[in-house]
Design a protein. Sequence first.
Length: 151
Amino acid sequence: MNDPLAAACEICGAVQVEGWTCESAFHQMLVWEFSDENGAGSVHHLSVLCYHLQHPQLYSPQGLRHALDLLVAFESGATPEQVREEARASLKERTWPIRGSVSAGFGTYAHPVHWTTHAPQVVAGGSAGYVDRVQAWSTSILTALRNAGEL
């Protein structure tokens, strides 16, 4: 049950669910994905992208733009393999950093984004059904970004 006194994430606004913070939930996702518990590895590309899109300062401004393009591609049905193949040449020539830093700048959204699903909610359901919850999380992020005018 949610603790009404639990601090919300300062970046995305997520409240803790069953003790999970955004960061601890993300780390749990990685554990499930790298152990491929219940096929969790199949959505690694989405979980990393979703977590980072809800915490845009982890990206540089250019990295955030690239991540938004990736989300659209994945939600349009592209596979990680297809995206990697298409990006192979362009990423070799990339002159901008993906990660946010003092020198590169930090990704931000021009408009407030109202997220309906966060990492703690995805993890709180356990490993059973995780793949479906990550896919739904990805779709909810795309919808929230479109509703905010970010795409």
